[in-house]
Design a binder for this molecule. Structure first.
Ligand code: ZN
Length: 321
């Protein structure tokens, strides 16, 4: 059974774009049981790193009213999917697909958090304070290669309050896209295991979107999880947008995180339908090949079970209960 940390299927359907990776009719054959389904309010200019060395500007903030309107439309798309809404780890079972309602960037929330309870009632169980831009709560990293994630200021007062409220509600706080100052603010504030749903090892690929060894160590020490991102730009040591990237490059990040902070703290965070992934993988139909590459890389049955689903389910249990 495979539980995954991030996909952008909802935004792709909302835009009217062709589905590239999350072909739900392939789920049963690929043993894909779902995972985090993002509601992502796009910026006008999508990130498109096309050279080996890139430095994209931080997109403009999105006004809250506009973000809330788009998020409502995204939510309607989410609810139209043939999946079960996941609010308990037990919702994930082999043979069906369950979806965690995840807000990728808290722009749709008002800064006084007066609408957070309504989102919780809709089923929201995970949110990233930011995508790669600034908002009322924090600031995300711009897409840069070579760059550390230390690119801007930490959480605002509203951002700190949002983390506290998520802790009291049992909503997972995702660290992917957050800059380093914000990461450490959440690490200090949050009482939950730290989670980055779709980020990689900065030591292997020095993108601003990836996690330094110190960040990995903090996630491990908290009992959390790193969902390894399949996007080639965050996998390859040259940061290139190269479709011919072998699956072993993804395995390299999984092995690095496992070696550094333990096999209990690494999982999948595909970024399916939100990024260019290795053509050898395609979409969810190729997941069994990635599992095969893990086995060739020395991961035994227990390690494979942890990476493919057990680690995600443990963190959900720790966070949602
Ligand atoms: Zn993302």
């Amino acid at each position: 059974m495979i539980v995954d940390g991030h996909n952008d299927l909802v935004a792709r359907i909302w835009r009217g774009d062709e589905i590239r990776h999350v072909q739900l009719d392939e789920a049963a054959r690929a043993d894909f049981a779902g995972g985090f389904f993002a509601l992502f309010v796009p910026s006008p200019m999508p990130p498109d790193p096309t050279s080996d060395i890139y430095a994209l500007p931080l997109p403009e903030p999105i006004p809250r009213e506009e973000a809330a309107r788009v998020a409502d439309e995204l939510y309607d798309v989410f609810r139209s999917l043939p999946v079960r809404l996941a609010t308990s780890p037990d919702d994930f079972q082999a043979g069906r697909v369950a979806a965690i309602l995840h807000l990728e960037g808290a722009e749709p929330l008002s800064a006084d958090l007066s609408d957070l309870d309504a989102w919780y009632a809709r089923g929201l169980r995970s949110l990233g304070l930011v995508w790669s831009r600034a908002n009322a709560f924090a600031e995300g990293v711009p897409f840069r290669f070579r760059s550390t994630p230390d690119t801007g200021p930490g959480l605002t007062a509203a951002g700190r309050e949002l983390v506290r409220r998520c802790n009291s509600l049992g909503v997972l706080v995702d660290l992917s896209h957050l800059n380093e100052a914000g990461f450490w603010d959440v690490a200090r504030l949050s009482s939950f295991p730290l989670v980055a749903t779709h980020s990689n090892a900065h030591s292997l690929c020095p993108s601003s979107r990836n996690l330094t060894d110190a960040q990995l160590d903090a996630i491990g020490a908290s009992g959390g999880v790193v969902g390894v991102n399949f996007a080639v730009a965050f996998v390859r040591e040259d940061g290139g947008q190269v479709a011919a990237t072998p699956l072993e490059e993804i395995v390299r990040h999984i092995a690095y995180v496992a070696d550094r902070i333990g096999i209990d703290h690494v999982a999948f965070g595909s970024d399916f339908d939100g990024a260019l992934v290795p053509e050898a993988l395609g979409g969810i139909a190729g997941l069994p090949q990635l599992v095969g590459a893990l086995r060739v890389g020395g991961f035994d049955d227990e390690a494979v079970a942890k990476v493919t689903h057990r680690n995600w389910l443990r963190v959900l249990r720790d966070t949602w209960s």
